[in-house]
Design a protein around this ligand. Structure first.
Ligand SMILES: Cc1cc2nc3c(=O)[nH]c(=O)nc-3n(C[C@H](O)[C@H](O)[C@H](O)COP(=O)(O)O)c2cc1C
Length: 370
């Protein structure tokens, strides 16, 4: 497994859900930067299990140890390595999944790919727990981006049939989301009604032992014109690449996304205007990106998560040892919906993609070449 990403700053994630622990090594961070570790802690708390009323009751505190790369609270420039020990594991809940794979989880594909040698306990390297190091890395590089005026935020736009309002956001709502105003909410919808409806839905699903999918919309302000490296590292490509590294993500749509299929050019095009000395657009159907390059408007995109496969409702599976059909009832502690806990994760990987694009752009701008 490679589990590494990045050309400028390089991220490498290791560990398994029920092994000794998990962690990350980050190469090429700038020396001399003093991260605000309290703010990183609060991002980890948004993701960690056992906090929201509907979250899994697995009590991982997501405490971590810094192994290298930080001295007196300041980055040294050496690879930053971080270790999160695993504590609240109940591997017996997962013993049967090695031979009777959960429908639509990675149990079967990983078993075949790694000849059964993979550690499948608790989902192993495919567990949602591996998103804790992603959140650490993203929360750290977000602080670098903030120095340039970039703000990243998200809202839940849909959970099952519960929809947040409105589907097309005006400038005021985009700024509210990007400012991180919703971060304190366990169900970060803009609409209070949607929060209540989602609460009722989740209570019902928990009783039934079922799960539900959902969608998160990201809004990012302060990205200047010019970030993104066509052709293969266009801003959409990098963001999507990282988004699909988050387990459970099944779709991403930029701007009007799949709605473009219904639109005419005269409806879809974002007209350019001069406003207070700079150029912007009157609408943002493009989601702030043209030709793989940021156009100076807020970045807007929606990420769709599948319902998690670990449900206690009986499901059909095949016993890989006997080849016989079996009925599986998943034990263990699972969220009926991972979308609320996934908000800090998708914000984090967005920050990682944007930092890469910013560093690529800095190389373009080096006066020394001209
Ligand atoms: C924060 C987070 C927590 C997750 N928790 C669970 C879980 O408890 N049970 C589960 O079946 N899937 C969970 N998932 C999703 C699975 O890890 C994912 O569906 C699985 O690895 C298969 O990958 P795929 O859905 O991308 O194909 C979680 C994902 C995230 C982002």
């Amino acid at each position: 497994m490679r589990s590494s990403w990045g050309r400028q700053v390089v991220y490498s994630i290791f560990g398994e859900s029920h092994g000794t622990g998990i962690g990350i090594t980050i190469h090429h961070l700038p020396s001399g930067f003093k991260p605000d570790f309290d703010r990183i802690r609060s991002e980890l708390d948004r993701r960690k299990p056992g906090t929201g009323i509907h979250a899994t009751s697995r009590k991982e505190t997501d405490e971590y140890e810094i192994i290298s790369g930080v001295l007196n609270g300041t980055l040294t420039g050496a690879p930053l390595t971080l270790f999160f020990p695993n504590s609240d594991t109940r591997s017996k809940d997962y013993l049967n999944l090695a031979v009777t794979p959960r429908p639509s989880h990675a149990d079967y594909t990983a078993h075949i790919k790694y000849d059964g040698f993979n550690d499948g306990r608790g989902g192993g390297h495919f567990s949602g727990r591996l998103t804790a190091p992603m959140v650490f890395a993203g929360a750290l590089v977000t602080q670098l981006l903030e120095k340039l005026g970039v703000s990243i935020g998200s809202r839940i736009s849909r959970m099952g049939l519960v929809e947040d309002y409105p589907q097309t956001l005006d400038e005021r709502l985009i700024n509210r989301i990007a400012s991180g105003e919703l971060k304190a909410l366990t169900l970060p919808f803009l609409s209070e009604d949607a929060r209540e409806d989602a609460n009722t839905l989740l209570t019902h699903l928990r009783k039934k032992g079922d799960s539900i999918g959902g969608q998160i919309e990201l809004c990012i302000t302060g990205v200047p014109v010019g970030w993104g490296e066509p052709i293969f590292d266009s801003l959409e490509s990098s963001i999507s690449h990282l988004m699909f590294s988050v387990p459970g993500v099944k779709a991403i749509e930029f701007g009007a996304g799949t709605e473009f299929a219904k639109m005419k050019g005269s409806e879809a095009n974002d007209p350019w205007i001069q406003k207070e000395g700079h150029i912007e657009t009157t609408t943002n159907h493009s989601g702030g990106i043209n030709g793989g390059i940021s156009n100076g408007m807020p970045l807007q995109f929606k990420v769709t998560f599948r319902p998690i496969s670990s449900i206690s409702i009986p499901q059909k599976t095949v016993n890989l040892e006997t080849g016989r059909a079996e009925i599986l009832e998943v034990k263990g502690r699972h969220d009926p919906c991972i979308v609320p806990r996934a908000c800090p994760v998708v914000e984090a990987v967005t920050a990682i993609a944007l930092l890469e694009a910013m560093l690529d752009q800095q190389i373009q701008e080096k006066e020394v070449w001209r």
